[in-house]
Ligand binder design. Structure first.
Ligand SMILES: Cc1cc2nc3c(=O)[nH]c(=O)nc-3n(C[C@H](O)[C@H](O)[C@H](O)COP(=O)(O)OP(=O)(O)OC[C@H]3O[C@@H](n4cnc5c(N)ncnc54)[C@H](O)[C@@H]3O)c2cc1C
Length: 434
């Protein structure tokens, strides 16, 4: 029986342990955090939950055992993530971003870099250890692989050969975790930078690990409507100096971006399932108890019953596609660029509609702030917009893979590999030569 969607007994245990943790530890912090008008306070409200998660090894669970991580498979991480997201997707984003910051080391870093930076996260014993993933910019990130050096990523890192240091100038906008708990910086930030001012996005980008304490960087928190419990910042660099040894993926920052947003794709996908599931649970319970002034609970009306049936089916479909994508990432070490993108865009958009459909089931009371539906709606708004955005970065990546001769519609069903190449980048930019 090769196609098997049944959880092992350990996976079921993980699911119910995480559900308990989410309800008992995360929920009280998240309620306080989401209600706070100050975005940094909202993030700080989650610190006790983060420290408890550290005791379970959650923020480093996905990192390789070789460097002290938990070695959790993507499939298992998704099982945990759905439970966290059903309670607070902002908190789950904080945990996920630790991975977005450190997983690229395993693909593009040297052994010494992995030992040093992943080791800091896993072995320092620091219960509030945070790492940030710093790619997005105020002027837009969607065209990061544009052939012009004046488009896409504009945080510039000039090499000072005499001192063997990069000098960073520019700004990042939206990175998560990056300001740290005290707005003096995360323990480390993986920053995608332009190391060659003469080349476009397929040759001019690299990544630098920028450690806490680096002079010349300031942080300002962004206030947002959903995912209020994770921190997003504007990060300004003025002659910030970073040693050469912190460099990775030189000239391949584009591939790093695409692979990283592939690893996170199924996680973002299951995050939307988690929120939709929570909305569905509320709507289903409501439909069984609320009569709408009639003589029978509203589930007994055909219109409501049909809508609930559609909602439930869509949630099941999105969950299994997320699992499939995660399974493929486990098999090919996150080289499933098109499948990751398909899963993330499909689920994020569908689940946003599902949350609204749950509100239609509940009716006007869905917008009463004493019920959780308005919060689910605010959370669901984020899914098509974050994690590389659906309209451009994620779909352009899928498009680029499909346009290649190696792609066939059997690839993912047959679970065959397909190599991701630079020639698959740059679609939809108006000029593909670079
Ligand atoms: C909660 C949250 C957490 C986040 N965490 C992080 C993080 O940890 N690190 C980080 O770096 N960023 C983070 N972001 C930012 C996030 O990754 C964004 O998705 C990313 O900046 C891309 O946004 P965008 O698609 O709107 O791009 P933009 O470049 O802002 O594009 C704006 C619009 O133009 C369209 N567009 C532009 N060019 C094209 C094109 N060539 N083809 C088609 N459409 C195009 C886009 O589709 C979009 O509709 C986070 C955002 C949120 C809300």
């Amino acid at each position: 029986m090769a196609i098997d969607f049944e959880m092992t007994s350990q996976q079921r245990k993980l699911k119910y342990d995480m559900r308990e943790f989410a309800h008992e530890v995360v929920a009280p912090c998240a309620e306080r955090g989401d209600a706070s008008p100050d975005p940094q306070d909202a993030f700080l409200a989650m610190k006790p939950a983060f420290e408890s998660a550290h005791k379970l090894g959650l923020p480093t669970s996905f990192l390789p055992k070789k460097y002290g991580g938990g070695g959790l498979k993507n499939v298992d991480f998704l099982i945990a993530a759905e439970e966290l997201c059903a309670v607070d997707p902002g908190f789950a984003t904080t945990v996920l971003v630790n991975g977005l910051a450190l997983m690229p080391l395993t693909w593009y870093g040297s052994e010494a870099q992995c030992e040093r930076w992943i080791g800091q996260a896993t072995k320092s014993g620091k219960s509030d250890y945070l790492a940030g993933w710093v790619v997005s910019e105020r002027g837009g990130t969607a065209n990061f692989d544009h052939p012009s050096p004046n488009a896409g990523i504009q945080l510039v890192a000039d090499f000072d050969a005499a001192n063997e240091e990069y000098v960073l100038n520019g700004e990042k906008h939206w990175p998560c975790n990056s300001g740290g708990w005290d707005l003096k910086g995360a323990d480390t930030n993986l920053c995608v930078v332009r190391t060659d001012r003469t080349k476009g996005g397929k040759g001019g980008l690299s990544a630098l690990l920028v450690d806490r304490g680096t002079a010349g960087i300031t942080y300002e928190v962004i206030d947002k409507v959903g995912h209020r419990t994770c921190q997003n910042v504007t990060m300004t660099f003025k002659n910030a100096r970073v040693p050469l040894e912190n460099l990775l993926a030189e000239g391949d920052g584009d591939l790093l971006i695409n692979r990283n947003f592939t690893w996170s794709g199924p996680v973002a996908s299951i995050a939307s399932v988690g929120v939709a599931r929570a909305a569905f649970e509320f709507a289903l319970n409501w439909s069984k108890t609320f009569t709408g002034g009639g003589s029978t609970p509203i589930i007994n009306h055909q219109g409501v019953g049909n809508l609930l049936a559609e909602i439930a089916g869509k949630i099941e479909a999105a969950r299994y596609m997320s699992w499939k994508a995660a399974h493929y990432m486990d098999k090919y070490d996150s080289e499933g660029q098109a499948l990751g993108g398909m899963s993330k865009t499909f689920s994020g958009e569908l689940m946003q509609q599902v949350v609204f459909d749950c509100m239609r089931v509940v009716g006007v009371n869905a917008v009463d702030k004493k019920f959780p539906m308005e919060r689910y709606y605010r959370e669901a708004l984020i899914f098509p917009l974050y994690d590389a955005g659906n309209l451009a970065m994620q779909r352009r990546k899928v498009w680029g893979v499909m346009a290649d001769v190696a792609y066939t519609h059997d690839i993912y069903a047959d679970c065959d590999p397909i190599e991701f190449k630079k020639s698959m980048e740059g679609f939809g930019l108006g000029n593909r030569s670079s």
